[in-house]
Design a protein around this ligand. Structure first.
Ligand code: SF4
Ligand code: FES
Length: 249
């Protein structure tokens, strides 16, 4: 396939940035989107030009690093996939593809397609953990009975990979889907109960401090989430937040 790529280039956080055009040729439909980007970067390096900076790590849909907007959609066309799982057969020979970084105040661009998502780390640090008894009398987690539906729901919430597509897709740049998944995966399990109230209060407060917007129930986040995280997690987080507030946490 021969393609025309329109890619966001930005030298650093203070650079204004601009779209630049790059032709690529000889792309196989079996390549992943990131492999196609590798072909372009090889070409740029051979020509003595600055390669395009983009995040990636696992290249198998686990780490959440490969964040980019492709033709106006987080992780491109297709549902339930990250950019590294997107294949070039989703495009046609002669296509023009627009590639941009996540756009959100809380995710400033570092360079080209790489954004700073440390705001997510600070939300987790605010409460996304459980206290562990390390006295030597620790109970094996498997010894605590958990109803299967609760375990399944907690597992579903825990599949969030922190990619940030929900934020990038939301017109308000809200992080509610991400935060609610992280709150829910612990709120649904017995191990998460001791800090349930304080956790939701602290994580929501940190989310607001980071400059993420509010949820207005549009649901775009759920559609674009590569892991299918459900909006019902947001409802659970809102209930927990209200309950914790009424208890004066
Ligand atoms: S909720 Fe979905 S879109 Fe948002 S960070 Fe988690 S996996 Fe990514
Ligand atoms: S590179 Fe890890 S999810 Fe895409």
């Amino acid at each position: 396939m021969n393609l025309t790529l329109k890619i966001w280039r930005q030298n650093g956080p203070t650079d204004k940035g601009r779209m630049e055009t790059y032709p690529v040729s000889g792309i196989s439909e079996h390549m992943s989107f990131l492999e196609m980007m590798d072909v372009l970067n090889d070409q740029l390096v051979r020509d003595g030009k600055d390669p395009i900076a983009f995040d990636h790590d696992c290249r198998e849909g686990i780490c959440g690093m490969c964040s980019m907007f492709i033709n106006g959609e987080a992780h491109g066309p297709g549902r339930g996939v990250t950019t590294c799982q997107l294949h070039m057969r989703s495009f046609k020979d002669g296509d023009t593809i627009y590639i941009e970084p996540w756009r959100a105040k809380a995710f400033p661009v570092i360079k080209d397609l790489v954004v700073d998502r440390s705001a997510f780390d600070r939300v987790i640090q605010a409460g996304g953990y459980v206290s562990v008894n390390t006295s030597g009398n620790t109970i094996d987690a498997n010894a605590i009975p958990i109803p299967k539906p609760d375990a399944d729901e907690a597992f579903n919430a825990a599949t969030c990979i922190g990619c940030g597509a929900c934020v990038a897709t939301c017109k308000n740049a809200s992080a509610m889907l991400f935060v609610s998944a992280k709150v829910s995966q612990l709120a649904l399990l017995p191990q998460g109960q001791p800090e349930r109230d304080i956790r939701v209060k602290r994580m929501v407060e940190q989310m607001d401090k980071e400059g993420f917007g509010n949820c207005t129930n549009t649901g775009a986040c759920e559609v674009e989430c590569p892991k299918g995280i459900s909006l019902s997690n947001i409802a659970r987080m809102n209930r927990d937040f209200l309950s914790a507030s009424l208890k004066g946490e």
